[in-house]
Write a new protein. Sequence first.
Lengths: 130, 456
Amino acid sequence: MKALDPMVFYAVLVEMMGPWLFWSLILLTAFGLGTFAWVIFREKGLSSRRLVRCELIGVAGGFGALWLMAYVTVSGFTDAGGPVDWLLIGLIWGGGLVGTTILSYASFGLRDRFRWQKRIRTDEKTWPGG
Amino acid sequence: MTFSERKESSKEKNLQSNSCKDCSRRDFLKLFPLLAGTALCMHAQQSEASEPTKTKARIVIAGAGAAGLAAAAQLAKRLDGAEIVLCDARKEHYYQPGFTLVAAGLKPPGYTVSATADYIPPGVKWIPESIVEFDPAGNRVVTDKGQIVRYDFLIVATGLKLDFAGITGMDPALIGKNGLGCVYAGPDAAYATWKAISDFADKGGVGLFGRPKTEMKCAGAPIKHTFITDDHLRRRGNRGKAEIIYAAHNKTLFSIPIVSEKVRMLYEDRGVDIRHEHVLTAIDPARRRATFATPTGNAEIGYDFINVIPPMRAPDVVRKSPLAWRDGPFAADGWMEVDKGTLRHKRFANVFGVGDVAGVPKGKTAASVKWQVPVAVDHLVATIAGTTPELIYTGYTSCPLITRLGRAMLVEFDYKDNLVPSFPGVIAPLEELWITWVMKTIALKPTYIAMLRGKA
């Protein structure tokens, strides 16, 4: 077999992170994407106001991803030496941005949903004749 | 047909294939798996049969280092019913590529230490005894406790011997004292070396680096530590107080000409004084003086820090056995006489040699193990199955050559001194890059561990 085996990548990633962290991240990713999709479905579209707020959080998330990478590699971004390094830095920052944006959008969407449901229940109790 | 006869019939056929098929997979998309830290995986050439081969063969693996454990894992996957026996007295397993990071002050000694038992595959029997005699004519080995272990096939993966006695005055117990360092001598020695480097980086003086004239594991390591020490000096503002000397054993700095020239340019840039054809023969640790053999006689150089790299030879048990080369460039140090493409012994057809002990032109690195073991296993299994083996070892090895803290060059090459980059056009092999440093610091160890488990 000369083709690249995805199981090799799986094995290396599990060794790199340990099974607990690896599967926690997989679950977190699944939760984030699933909830994001659910929120969009229930709200029948994107809330532009919430999205902008989450994108701002995402920017911080991108920098957080860069900090994490620098920490685990015992290095800094002044070490970038060629275009591929800047590409990698962009990918890490972009990954952190997108991931944080989706997670925060999903979380805020859930929160708003619960708040709205709670308000409905409260209104039903206080409504005359309710 | 006996195992040996079947082997002979397959041996003539196995040189026909070539692993250059890997070339077709070199494209930009490789960058993304790289982020997962799997540069070593990109040359994947597993040849695992979909169904394990049924056999009653008894296979002995001598040595439970990287090569021995990887071979055990792959054999356990590919054979059904075989009796696989691993012989090694060492209880601790060292991730040796990590010694560089320990001696650079970036990782603790424990980063490189784990237990051999953690990697013994199910179904493989581990005899925690050292082999003291190889008897390939009698198809048996003898352990230090007198146990005779017979085999149908033998894989020798004993590693090599650091011959400290080859340098007069050198005592491993002195590592870390009086400016004496030695990255190779184990996790604690690597850490003691870091302490000595740190002390040198604080005070300055003369830093002396070099390599032996014998074959050695990871020939990039002495160069890496020259750069690392230079960087520590610069970061502490003491580079001006220090003179760094690199004593090369011959007229080059690295066995691959194009890499040698690149290192020369970098040394010039960093102000490293190169002394060619200087072979360390003696040190006086108390007086901090080193003696080198040169074409014009002995030369003595004083130092404040020295990174001693002892001559490396095959372990005595191999060197004094019928398995060693009897003539040629690998005979003097007793490396194992194997075919460089198949890793099969040239005189004993049921014996293979992998890892550091193999007498092949290149490759005493973990990356070499990564590519040698599947080839040896493929040929062994093909012999058992009576089929034609598919794989040939081209001499591929790689070295993330650290050129400063935070950057490295990903140098990959083969027997022909060709550069064989895994990411052509993306990661230039002679460019100092952060991405290569990222691979070295977070990706190589998990890849190595996955290799031990037979998963990479």
